[in-house]
Design a protein. Structure first.
Length: 107
């Protein structure tokens, strides 16, 4: 989901979202209109603030795999149509257990 769609659906103004992130409304407006791309750190903050509804992949479609290679396997799970854990659980598992966690069998 893009940022504009999220803000509209959640009934949040750009000013309110900007205050939540500690940035200016003008900057949120630029991100929402595609004039500027949020830096990687802000993408993570946006993903957390939106509870994953606006993902880092949505915000940086051209270079997300180079910035966050740990998300590649989540994308593969989606393409394969497999059940997957929530994105928070998935990232925690990868950070805690590394690559072996990615290939563990899940019930």
């Amino acid at each position: 989901m893009d940022l504009t769609a999220y803000l509209t659906e959640a009934h949040i103004t750009q000013s309110e979202f900007a205050a939540l992130l500690g940035v200016s409304q003008a900057l949120v407006g630029q991100w929402a209109r595609g004039i500027a791309v949020p830096p990687p750190v802000r993408c993570v903050e946006i993903e957390l603030a939106t509870d994953g509804r606006v993902s880092r992949v949505d915000l940086r479609p051209d270079d997300w795999a180079q910035i966050w290679p740990e998300l590649l396997w989540l994308r593969a799970w989606q393409e394969w149509g497999l059940a997957q854990p929530s994105w928070r659980v998935a990232v925690r598992g990868f950070v805690r257990y590394g690559a072996r966690w990615l290939f563990a069998r899940r019930p």
